[in-house]
Design a protein around this ligand. Structure first.
Ligand code: ASP
Length: 328
């Protein structure tokens, strides 16, 4: 028999007073804690035979993706459907964006169809916030350029909290292409707000110029940066955002910055390895570690992704407009 799901945390416009989720920056520890608690109850719901509820029945969620995605788009689709919403997927391929329509015109067109939630991924930092100003529904940032990817940081936090029991005081090393990574930026904000100690480890070419102003300790040497840490978060080289060469060669990059058993031995013996995906095996992470379920939480991160996206939709549902638009 499956255990009953823990009591759901009721959606409260006071506890999450936002129409949109555009980033982690600007959220409070209480608001993040509220989303993480809600996610826990959805993890339990998702492990039951019947995973559905009717919270978003009659609502429409549109996934609008201008960049490719596997995990984020699928999990928003599942999350919306499990909460009873109608879900439409739109990608740049096969839409009028290919015919030269601007982001704002596409958004205005979709807005005229009265969606309740738009989930948007775009290659430009700031594009999702701009779009949110033009539409009347809730907007969730599913990744904008190298700026933010808030649901990724939330799912990482749920994964850590469930394995380690807390976030406060943990030492988290984020390793690799920090410069181009929205995952790094959202995680740095969230972990700092929640009282973890954040280190970044990267070659100087893959760090933002003012990295130390992000409230992190900066390391260029993997072994020194990993020493004594609780969590090792690996990042992909974001070659689609690179103009020119940022690393001498892939084999040299793996030699210095790829996570293998020898380098991981510098972290705590029970250190947990994470990766947001997609992984490039043999570039930033060795296959042996990626597949070692006693060390790697990569599959668990994907599971948490669905629960977190349900939690975010649930939290935003408290402020969704409840009116029928005037007939013309
Ligand atoms: N999937 C993550 C993102 O969209 C990480 C990555 O692409 O490397 O940012």
């Amino acid at each position: 028999m499956t255990a009953p799901a823990p009591a759901a945390v009721a959606a409260s416009p006071e506890r999450f007073p936002h129409r949109d989720l555009l980033g982690i920056e600007g959220l409070t520890a209480e608001q993040i804690g509220y989303l993480l608690d809600k996610s826990d109850s959805y993890v339990a719901q998702n492990r039951q035979v019947d995973k559905r509820s009717a919270l978003l029945r009659g609502r429409t969620l549109v996934n609008l993706f201008f960049e490719s995605s596997t995990r984020t788009r699928t999990s928003f689709e599942l999350a919306g459907k499990r909460l009873g919403a109608d879900v439409i997927n739109m990608s740049a391929e096969g839409s009028s964006i290919k015919k030269g329509e601007t982001l704002i015109d596409t958004a205005m067109t979709l807005n005229a169809m009265h969606p309740d939630v738009l989930v948007v991924r775009h290659q430009e930092s700031g594009a999702v916030s701009l779009l949110a100003q033009k539409v009347s529904c809730a907007v969730i940032n599913a990744g904008d350029g190298s700026h933010e990817h808030p649901t990724q940081a939330l799912l990482d936090a749920v994964t850590i909290r469930r394995r380690k029991g807390r976030l406060r005081g943990l030492v988290v090393a984020i390793c690799g292409d920090i410069l181009h990574s929205r995952v790094a930026r959202s995680n740095i904000h969230l972990l700092n707000i929640m009282g973890a100690r954040v280190r970044v480890i990267a070659p100087p070419t893959l760090l933002p110029t003012a990295a130390s102003q992000l409230g992190v300790e900066v390391f260029h040497d993997m072994r020194k940066g990993l020493a004594g840490c609780d969590i090792v978060m690996m990042l992909r080289l974001q070659s689609e955002r690179m103009q020119g060469s940022f690393v001498p060669s892939i084999s040299e990059y793996f030699h210095f910055y790829g996570l293998d058993t020898e380098k991981l031995a510098y972290a705590k013996p029970d250190a947990m390895v994470m990766h947001p995906g997609p992984m490039n095996r043999g570039v930033e992470i060795d296959t042996e570690i990626a597949d070692d379920i006693s060390r790697s939480a990569i599959a668990e991160q994907v599971e948490m992704g669905v629960a977190v996206r349900m939690a975010v939709l649930d939290a935003l549902s408290a402020r969704l407009p409840n009116f029928a638009p005037a007939a013309h």
